[in-house]
Design a protein. Structure first.
Lengths: 482, 256
């Protein structure tokens, strides 16, 4: 087993290799970050001056910030050389000519997930000439949304086409100065999605289900902004079940949600970035800031996440409950296998009266994985009759993994009712034996037991993803018992 | 002519290096019901676990043939698919996994091994309905998680229901009667009796004779200190009931 220092060294070397050696296309900027780079990114996207200035403010602030190192990551991670990263149109990797050149293990996984062949090629980075079915799907999709008055487009397009909306809401939930990685994202974000749902509109479809392919090009500094006006509803799904390879090791995305009076935003994530090889080398660092603001009375934001990928997952999708009677929810399944590390959870900030929040977190540790739940429930002095229910369960598979829990509860109003339940269990030898005695194989038994353990969270995912999510969980835990 | 289904020869098994079974031999022919009786700690449940393939038990000596195949070479799931079923003394709970899901997985594992397609939803529902009736099992229980929140009696009935559904060739009942009231005992026994056939055998492990007046065995074996010390017909169980294990223990000690 390599020491963590060796792992770190090799990670650093990888970064170096791909950061510098790859041919830089004429469209790309050289590696490194400074004012010129930020201005160049803004110019290439044809952004208005206010946007450029905002990016520059973020950059200047970022330069004064120390890199944080507080998450619980027993294996640590290598130093990130920010000047070695490329911040615009990260160099395109050479397209492979056919599926024969793709890692057979990856193909096997696609096969198990039932992903169509042309999507497999796109995901694996094979050049594809054929026009995807999804292009026509996308057109129909777009028309339907337009009829409903919903704006759904790349954020770069929104900055040009709907500047008044973007200017009003961008950074209003996650300010440019928020934290090291969010600030970096504010300076250099590449692209992402913008969603605006007008007053009283129920978005006619789950957004982004067809994004499986498109998502691969969103890059490492993704920025998403979703605004739901009074009485509207939208459900958004990010990511995909297929393992996605990316040569960009650092992913620092920002997602902001704004829910006005009586609005409801449901945001679901399936995260399956490359976790690294068996020794944990080469995996993605997923350092993400996700936050929603329940601005209006009776507004409702719910986060659902299934995190199975990345070498390191470090994120806390949060809800600021400003409106009276507003409601925040967080449902999470985080799986760590191999040498994966996750420090994830949520923050529920109760400000308005009669606000309520629900947290259901299921952490599964297998192999040598380490899984940490870190959560904050904060009840401000003015938050009369706030309610929180937290359920935080950990499951261990094998004896070389770890589960850790850091719940923070900060109550400033005596009328608050806060419940916290936590459990840690080892996947029972007796449960396994019981399943096997009925003829169920070891792998099927693990998947059955784990899916049962996560049921409450999986039930929150949009229907069409529930089946995929089940399969993904099983695949993530393959070979973890024995 | 009697065909052996299960042949145990000189079986030695231990758990955490502590020997529990010390040279047990037993042959069960097709169509026969054998009862294993014995005091607490004699190795009855160990025998059940070893037959089913629990990894915590180490077989140190001896052999077990099931349908002529070497059972000890097989994993627990392979043994199950070959036709061995254990009705557990303490069935475990599996939170979040419905009985329906669980049983479907068990049935499909068998079908997969036989090279058959997965069972279709309608056929499965009908099968479950029919079998649930045989042990008077409330169908609403099937929607709940496996054994979760079941009473002691419901758990035991659910075990027999699973056995009826999976139709094994050898059913091992590990103290299925413990914790059952007289009505539940009757229902469970009727479920087992309904399954008796010239092809199917049972090993009924019990501490008390009362189960054996419902499921009448062809052979009764007394297990003590890891070995079978006496074998006989059903009358042996009655004798034991009257005289108690202590008397027999003394007798065995005297002849040893």
């Amino acid at each position: 087993m390599p020491s963590s220092q060796e792992t770190i060294d090799s990670l650093a070397q990888r970064e170096y290799k791909y950061g510098f050696v790859t041919d830089i296309e004429s469209e790309s900027l050289p590696p490194g970050i400074n004012e010129d780079v930020v201005r160049a990114i803004s110019a290439k996207k044809g952004e208005p001056d206010w946007m450029t200035q905002w990016r520059l403010k973020a950059l200047n602030h970022w330069l004064t910030m120390p890199e944080p190192h507080w998450p619980f990551l027993p294996y640590g991670y290598g130093p990130i050389d920010y000047q070695a990263l490329s911040y615009y149109s990260a160099p395109k990797r050479d397209k492979l000519k056919s599926l024969d050149e793709v890692d057979p293990k990856l193909l096997e996984t696609y096969e198990k997930l039932g992903i169509p062949l042309n999507e497999q090629m796109a995901l694996a980075g094979v050049a594809v000439d054929a026009v995807f079915d999804s292009v026509s799907v996308a057109t129909t999709f777009k028309k339907k949304l337009e009829e409903a008055g919903v704006i759904f487009c790349p954020i770069s397009e929104a900055i040009r086409e709907h500047p008044e909306l973007v200017q009003k809401y961008l950074g209003s939930v996650v300010p440019y100065s928020d934290n090291y990685f969010a600030t970096l994202n504010s300076a250099v974000f590449s692209d992402g999605s913008f969603v605006y749902v007008p007053k009283g509109v129920r978005c006619p479809m789950e957004l982004s289900t067809y994004f499986r392919i498109n998502a691969q090009n969103t890059g490492q500094f993704e920025r998403t902004l979703i605004v739901a006006e009074e009485g509207s509803y939208v459900s958004y799904l990010e990511g995909c079940t297929a393992p996605m390879r990316d040569e960009n090791q650092l992913h620092a995305a920002v997602v902001e949600l704004v829910a006005m009076k009586d609005a409801h935003i449901k945001y679901s994530t399936i995260q399956n970035w490359y976790p690294g090889d068996e020794e944990g080398k080469g995996g993605i660092y997923n350092f993400v800031t996700k936050r929603g603001a329940c601005r209006g009375d009776r507004s409702h934001i719910s986060w659902t996440q299934l995190e199975t990928g990345s070498a390191i997952t470090w994120k806390y999708p949060s809800v600021i409950l400003q409106g009276d009677h507003s409601k925040g929810e967080f449902y999470s399944v985080a799986v760590t296998n191999g040498r994966q590390q996750a420090d994830t959870g949520t923050k529920m900030i109760h400000i308005g009266r009669d606000t309520s929040s629900t947290i259901v977190s299921k952490g599964i540790s297998a192999g040598q994985g380490h899984n940490t739940y870190r959560g904050l429930v904060k009840i401000n002095p003015g938050a009369e009759n706030a309610r929180n229910y937290t359920q935080c369960d950990s499951m261990l598979i094998g004896d070389r993994c770890g589960a850790h829990t850091f719940p923070y509860i900060d109550i400033k109003n005596p009328t608050a009712k806060v419940e916290h339940e936590a459990s840690t269990s080892k996947i029972g030898e007796d449960q396994m034996f019981y399943c096997k005695q009925r003829g169920i194989t070891e792998e099927d038994a693990v998947s059955l037991i784990v899916n049962g353990f996560c049921k409450k969270v999986l039930a929150e995912l949009p229907m069409e993803f529930a089946v995929e999510a089940n399969k993904l969980l099983s695949i993530s835990l393959e070979g973890s018992v024995g | 002519m009697a065909t052996p289904l299960l042949e145990i020869r000189n079986l030695h098994a231990s758990v955490d290096d502590k020997p529990i079974l010390k040279g047990l031999s037993l042959t069960v022919n097709r169509g026969e019901v054998h009862s294993i009786m014995g005091p607490n700690g004699s190795g009855k449940s160990t025998l059940a676990s070893v037959l089913a393939g629990h990894e915590a038990f180490e077989v140190t000596e001896g052999s077990i043939l099931f349908k002529g195949e070497d059972l000890l070479e097989m994993d627990a799931d392979e043994r199950a698919i070959l036709g061995l079923f254990l009705a557990f003394q303490y069935p475990v709970e599996i939170p979040g996994v419905s009985n329906t899901q669980f049983l479907k997985a068990a049935i499909n594992a068998r079908r997969k091994a036989a090279g058959e397609p997965e069972i279709d939803a309608l056929a499965f529902l009908k099968l479950v309905k029919d079998k649930a009736r045989t042990v008077n099992l409330d169908e609403s229980l099937l929607k709940r998680s496996v054994n979760e929140g079941f009473s002691g009696g419901e758990k035991k009935r659910a075990e027999i229901f699973q056995m009826a559904l999976l139709e094994p060739e050898l059913g091992i009942l590990d103290e299925t009667d413990s914790g059952l009231d007289i009505d539940a005992l009757r229902i469970v026994s009727e479920g087992v009796n309904a399954m008796r056939s010239p092809e199917r055998s049972f090993v009924v492990i019990t501490h008390y004779q009362r189960l054996l007046s419902h499921i009448v065995p062809d052979h009764v074996h007394i297990l003590m200190n890891g070995r079978i010390v006496r074998s006989g017909g059903k009358e042996l169980a009655l004798q034991l009931e009257q005289e108690g294990y202590a008397a027999l223990e003394a007798e065995v000690a005297a002849t040893a």
